[in-house]
Write a protein that binds this ligand. Structure first.
Ligand code: ZN
Length: 344
């Protein structure tokens, strides 16, 4: 990336109210059939335009074509029965009714590749595409077939690798895997989680990122955060292993979080996507607040390896708030960019 401190978002952006109920996670589509397909494309263009308007450097589809960051991908796969549901505990935090794995999982056809081509055709900026990570995928399912979290994760990693290679061929510059589960299942991260992640990115020439966060600003997550104490050291468990992995960029949540900044030291040499926008509040950060977070991160990361971003996805926020936050992110990054250039 030639731009100094290139800005991006960690994940989703709000959907327009004509396609789905706004300010709500996982809200239902308001349209069906061809109308929905067209509306998803329109929403993608609106989301792209809002990112460009806010001078975001690395743009995305704003996840406009998916209802859920994990299940929408799984819906396109064979081997999972969405009518056969079981209650399971997600990330050891909340119970949810989830679909069941009933046979061997595989990908019938590409899931997001046409959307990525569409985005590519509409912008010259670098584009980042998010996919769910293998461990987070298995954690949203009941597995009645493999009966092994590791085995199922490995199968998903193979499928993700097929999808990632086609996204790369479609012109995606950065492929991001979302692994909030890495902040929960530390033993699994070290036993097979990082290996499954590397399987998912095997052979890619484009840049790769892993997004590990403390989740959307939903109650189950904010309640969980209250139990984590004065310092959130979860990244300490996964970072040493990720530092040795093939992944290029590691994202962490820093705005209004209790993550000690010095944990960035653990991934020295990697690029870090630093969350400088809190997605769990409607309060819009000032550019100076963003700049302050980035300055603190710069104590532990080289300037050419710092990617300012949001803590997580912004889909539950209003479009107005999200727009303000995007603007604050780029204005804050610009303040620090000028400071760095002035000292050169
Ligand atoms: Zn996230």
């Amino acid at each position: 990336m030639k731009t100094l401190l290139p800005t991006s978002t960690a994940g989703s952006l709000p959907k327009p109210s004509w396609i789905a109920e706004p300010e709500k996670l996982w809200s239902e589509w308001k349209l069906t059939g061809d109308d929905l397909l067209q509306a998803k494309r329109d929403a993608l263009l609106v989301s792209l335009q809002e990112q460009i308007q806010a001078s975001i450097d690395i743009v995305s589809d704003g996840e406009q074509t998916r209802q859920h960051f994990v299940t929408t991908f799984i819906e396109h796969l064979e081997g999972v029965d969405f009518t056969k549901r079981e209650i399971v505990r997600i990330r050891n935090r909340y119970d949810a009714s989830v679909p069941s794995v009933v046979g061997a999982v595989h990908r019938r056809k590409p899931v997001f590749v046409e959307d990525a081509k569409f985005l590519r055709a509409h912008t010259d900026r670098p584009i980042k595409w998010a996919l769910p990570g293998p461990m987070t995928m298995i954690d949203t399912l009941y597995d009645g077939h493999y009966k092994s979290r590791e085995k199922l994760a490995w199968e998903f990693a193979t499928i993700l690798n097929q999808e990632a290679k086609e996204l790369e061929a479609a012109g995606v510059d950065i492929i991001q895997l979302d692994e909030p589960a890495f902040n929960v299942f530390f033993n699994e991260v070290n036993d097979w989680g990082v290996a499954a992640l590397e399987r998912a990115i095997e052979g890619l020439k484009c840049e790769t990122a892993i997004h590990i966060c403390y989740g959307y600003g939903i109650k189950a997550n904010t309640d969980w955060k209250k139990t984590l104490g004065s310092e959130w050291r979860q990244y300490e468990e996964s970072f040493p292993k990720l530092q040795k992995s093939n992944i290029d960029i590691i994202s962490l949540e820093c705005q209004n979080s209790r993550v000690p900044m010095d944990l960035i030291e653990l991934v020295r040499g990697k690029k870090v996507m630093v969350g400088a926008i809190d997605v769990a509040t409607n309060e819009i950060e000032t550019p100076e607040q963003v700049a302050d977070t980035l300055r603190r991160a710069l104590q532990f990361a080289d300037a050419d390896k710092l990617y300012p971003s949001t803590n997580c996805g912004m889909t539950p926020l209003s479009r107005q708030v999200a727009r303000g936050k995007l603007q604050a992110l780029s204005s804050g990054a610009e303040i620090v960019r000028q400071e760095i250039l002035a000292t050169k």
